[in-house]
Design a protein around this ligand. Structure first.
Ligand SMILES: Cc1cc2nc3c(=O)[nH]c(=O)nc-3n(C[C@H](O)[C@H](O)[C@H](O)COP(=O)(O)O)c2cc1C
Length: 186
C-alpha cells in the first residue's frame, strides 16, 4: 500500500486550511492510499540557528543540531511515497510555522543528501482573507520544492470566495494524486 504524508499548517483545526486538507485526504483514502497526517502547529519546531558561518551539519551531513520534532518529521518524509504541502496564507506567504520547518528541511536536503528529490508532491495554499498573496504564497512554495528537486503534480489555490467549488474539487484532486503516486506522472 502506498503512503502519502499530508503536512499542513494553520493554528485552526476547523478552518479553511483544515477543510481543504481533509477533502484532499478523503480523495486519497477513497483510492486506498494510507495517509500520514502531520499538523505542524502541533509540533515543536524551532527556527534555524544558521550555525557556524551560515552552514552547519545540515549542508554536509543532512542533519540539524536542534533537538525538537524536526528530525522525526524529516524521517517520515524520506519514507513516504508522496507529500501534500498545505498552508494558510499569511502575509502573502506560508505561515511562520511552515517557514520554520521548510527552512531547515531545505538546508538538510538541498545539497548532499537529496533524499526528497523526485518525490511527488502537491501544493495547496488557503487564503481566508482578501485572497491577495495566494499566488505569491504558492510561488514561494514552488521555489522551495525546486530547491529540493521535488516533482510538483499540482498547485491548488483555495480562497474564501472559491471554497464552495474548490473543496469538492480537492477531493477529486486527492484521487488524481493517488493515481499519480501509484502509476507515476502520465
Ligand atoms: C497573520 C495573518 C496574515 C494573513 N495574511 C493574509 C494574506 O496575505 N492574504 C489573505 O488572503 N489572507 C490572509 N490572512 C487570512 C488567512 O489566510 C485566513 O485566516 C485563513 O483562513 C487561514 O486559514 P484557516 O482558516 O485555517 O485559519 C492572514 C491571517 C493572519 C492571521
Amino acid at each position: 500500500m502506498k503512503n502519502v504524508t499530508v503536512i499542513w499548517s494553520s493554528p485552526n483545526t476547523d478552518g479553511l486550511t483544515a477543510s481543504a486538507k481533509n477533502m484532499f485526504v478523503s480523495g486519497l483514502t477513497e483510492k486506498g492510499i494510507e495517509v500520514t497526517d502531520i499538523h505542524l502547529n502541533a509540533k515543536h519546531i524551532e527556527m534555524c540557528k544558521a550555525c557556524g558561518d551560515g552552514w552547519g551539519t545540515c549542508r554536509n551531513e543532512g542533519t540539524c543540531v536542534i533537538q525538537d520534532d524536526f528530525a522525526e518529521i524529516f524521517e517520515t518524509l524520506k519514507k513516504t511515497d508522496g507529500i501534500v504541502w498545505v498552508t494558510a496564507v499569511y502575509w502573502q506567504d506560508t505561515t511562520e510555522c511552515f517557514k520554520a520547518f521548510f527552512d531547515r528541511l531545505r538546508r538538510c536536503d538541498a545539497f548532499s543528501n537529496r533524499t526528497l528529490a523526485d518525490k511527488k508532491c502537491v501544493l495547496i495554499a488557503c487564503a481566508g482573507g482578501s485572497g491577495r498573496g495566494t499566488v505569491e504564497c504558492m510561488a514561494q512554495m514552488e521555489r522551495g520544492m525546486n530547491h529540493l528537486g521535488m516533482r510538483t503534480f499540482d498547485r491548488i489555490p483555495v480562497v474564501r470566495y472559491n471554497k464552495d467549488y474548490m473543496l469538492p474539487a480537492l477531493q477529486s484532486a486527492g484521487k488524481s494524486f493517488a493515481d499519480c503516486v501509484e502509476n507515476g506522472f502520465k
